[in-house]
Design a binder for this molecule. Structure first.
Ligand code: ADP
Ligand code: MG
Length: 253
């Protein structure tokens, strides 16, 4: 393991990192939820983990983040095994469905918080936070509180907060689930634009096949803890590897 991973420098590089799951297994009690899963994600890709509710998508994301130690197998990021490292040490940033902004802090302070926690002086942290808010077009809302914002606006702030600390890998767990349909489409476009601009390796969990197919470079289809197929959206449509994939990507759900 490199010293870089144990003592992450700031700012961290946001390009060129890859993720590798090798023979990942996970059990909760007697129930196997991830079964001998191999998956390699290239630097700069946006990959969707797609599958029905309960198939193990969030568990896999939590394993990658270091929030859930796996029962077996190895996760490597940028070629280094990351077992035992915290999300920050792994250089992983996560946005959940429910945003979890600090309600008592203004938008700017929410975004600056992680930078200050990493040792950045307040003035510098707030300047950088403002730059991130500009990136997600929320700079005009810097002095507001989260409760004054719509769901989509809160989601943008949550994204700015996560990206401010320059993670190597961006993880999104059902990021649009709480948004109504038109807002969801706006946010899909926005996240794809930002992801390309920053060239940040991104892994997004979704049960929505349209969302996965429209946003991702490649889609990993999961079913009952197994990887059914990992391919570009057009390949999933044209050459589904299993009956499950054929059924799932062909269905609006
Ligand atoms: P998904 O995100 O695809 O909906 P999850 O990864 O959340 O699926 O869950 C996969 C399976 O593991 C489900 O059957 C779920 O009930 C179970 N599970 C998830 N978290 C826990 C936990 N902390 N303890 C026990 N079972 C869990
Ligand atoms: Mg989930």
């Amino acid at each position: 393991m490199t010293d870089t991973l144990r003592h992450p420098p700031a700012p961290r590089p946001v390009t060129g990192s890859a993720v590798r799951f090798e023979k990942i297994r996970h059990r909760f009690g007697a129930t196997t939820v991830i079964d001998t899963l191999d998956l390699t994600i290239e630097g700069g890709e946006l990959v969707a983990l797609l599958g029905p509710s309960g198939c193990g998508k969030s568990t896999l994301l939590r394993i990658l983040a270091g929030l859930q130690p796996q029962t077996g197998g190895t996760v490597t990021i940028g070629g280094e095994p990351v077992d035992g490292l915290s999300p920050r040490q792994r250089g992983v940033g996560i946005v959940f469905q429910n945003y979890a902004l600090f309600p008592h802090m203004r938008v700017l302070a929410n975004v600056a918080y992680g930078l200050e926690a990493n040792g950045m002086k307040r003035a510098a942290a707030e300047r950088r936070a403002m730059t991130m808010l500009e990136r997600v077009r929320m700079d005009a809302f810097a002095t507001r509180h989260p409760r004054e914002l719509s769901g989509g606006q809160q989601q943008r702030v949550a994204l700015a907060r996560t990206l401010a600390v320059e993670p190597r890998i961006l993880l999104l767990d059902e990021p649009f689930a709480a948004l109504d349909k038109s807002l969801r489409l706006d946010m899909q476009i926005e996240i794809r634009r930002l992801q390309r601009e920053l060239n940040i390796t991104t892994i997004m969990v979704t049960h929505d096949q349209e969302e996965a197919m429209s946003m991702a470079d490649r889609v990993a289809v999961l079913h009952q803890g197994r990887l059914e197929q990992f391919a570009a959206p057009t390949d999933l449509y044209d050459r589904p590897a299993t009956p499950f994939v054929a059924g799932f990507v062909g269905t609006a759900n």
